[in-house]
Design a protein around this ligand. Structure first.
Ligand code: ATP
Length: 308
């Protein structure tokens, strides 16, 4: 009897080299069943390579991969009807017409979604007869997403599903992914948008230079702490401000004119900062208290910005 499946995907010590370059360097994580797992990292972090290994498109040089408890290479035939794939490059033949191709893919599955309804949901009805290569980049992406999910897979891999989409299409895609999750589908996606990971993911795996630098739910990663941000004229004497703040607080200016105060953000701390500013004739702009973001977490862990 097959062992029970506990994870949608389980990677352990994954390594992939392209010549002398190591794209994936000992990467391990587990994507839960029925959950949305986001691989978040900057360009070149190794996200696509990792997902392509899970999809069975590439072979790892070392490490183990289990997808729905199976081996993506050895068990490729068994996995095919159970797994949907949205590659970064589209994966649809250039001459294929949108609706025709989607119906064709649907016909290979036992219980497909209604292709016309799916096209409508993704705003592609008026392009139903357009060949793939004539669709805009965003339309191609949406069609690829439709192709990935039309067969009602148990697990879908989405490689940068919203990159290049306008805000409306991005929201439609997010809603669709939320719908998949609500239907119990496991989703593994890659993204370099932290808002996307924060909004969609149950579990975020932050990847940098082929390694996992942190993982957890967005709330676990960003913590409960709040921080205070404001803008003011550059070059404020932060040492002096720090001296007025409770022990354990931190204050920095980055970039010039943008200030961040971290610590136990209570009303007293806010009052101290504003009083200090007032006594120095500093008018703060855009003063706000917010939670740390995944962007902050990434910066803290790697010393670099995610957006770069
Ligand atoms: N086929 C290939 N041959 C050689 N090097 C490759 C190949 N594919 C990827 N790489 C390199 O491996 C590293 C990881 O690339 P990968 O595409 O997996 O990263 P990524 O995190 O998905 O980035 P992006 O967000 O830009 O797609 C990069 O340095 C990339 O240049």
């Amino acid at each position: 009897m097959a062992p029970p499946e506990e994870s949608a995907v389980e990677l352990d010590g994954l390594v992939k080299r392209y010549g002398a370059a190591t794209a994936v360097n000992g990467l391990s994580f587990r994507a839960g069943l029925g959950a949305v797992t986001a691989l978040l990292g900057p360009n070149g972090a190794g996200k696509t390579t990792t997902i392509e290994i899970c999809e069975g498109f590439r072979r790892a040089d070392a490490g183990t991969v289990r997808v729905l408890g199976l081996d993506p290479h050895r068990d490729a035939r068994a996995l095919k009807p159970r797994v949907g794939v949205m590659p970064q490059s589209g994966g649809v033949p250039g001459t294929a017409r949108a609706a025709e191709f989607l119906r064709l893919v649907a016909a290979f599955h036992a219980r497909p979604l209604d292709p016309a309804a799916l096209l409508a949901r993704l705003g592609l009805t008026e392009h139903a007869r357009t060949p793939f290569r004539r669709l805009s980049g965003g339309q191609q992406q949406r069609l690829s997403l439709a192709v990935a999910i039309v067969g009602r897979p148990e697990l879908v891999f989405l490689d940068e599903p919203t990159t290049g989409l306008d805000p409306q299409a991005r929201h439609a895609t997010w809603e669709l992914i939320e719908g998949l999750r609500a239907a119990g589908v496991s989703v593994v996606l890659t993204t370099h948008h932290m808002e996307e990971a924060e909004r969609l993911a149950d579990q975020v795996v932050i990847v940098d230079r082929g390694q996992v630098v942190a993982q957890g739910s967005p709330a676990e990663l960003t913590g409960a702490e709040r921080q205070l941000r404001f803008r003011a004229r550059p070059g404020l004497g932060l040492d002096e401000l720090l001296a007025a703040l409770p022990a354990g607080s931190a204050a920095k200016e980055s970039p010039a004119g943008h200030y961040l105060v971290e610590g136990d953000v209570r009303p007293e701390l806010l009052a101290t900062v504003t009083a200090w500013c007032a006594s120095h004739g500093v008018l703060t702009e855009d003063l706000r208290i917010e939670r740390r973001t995944l962007e902050d977490v990434f910066l803290e862990l790697t010393g670099r910005e995610l957006r770069s």
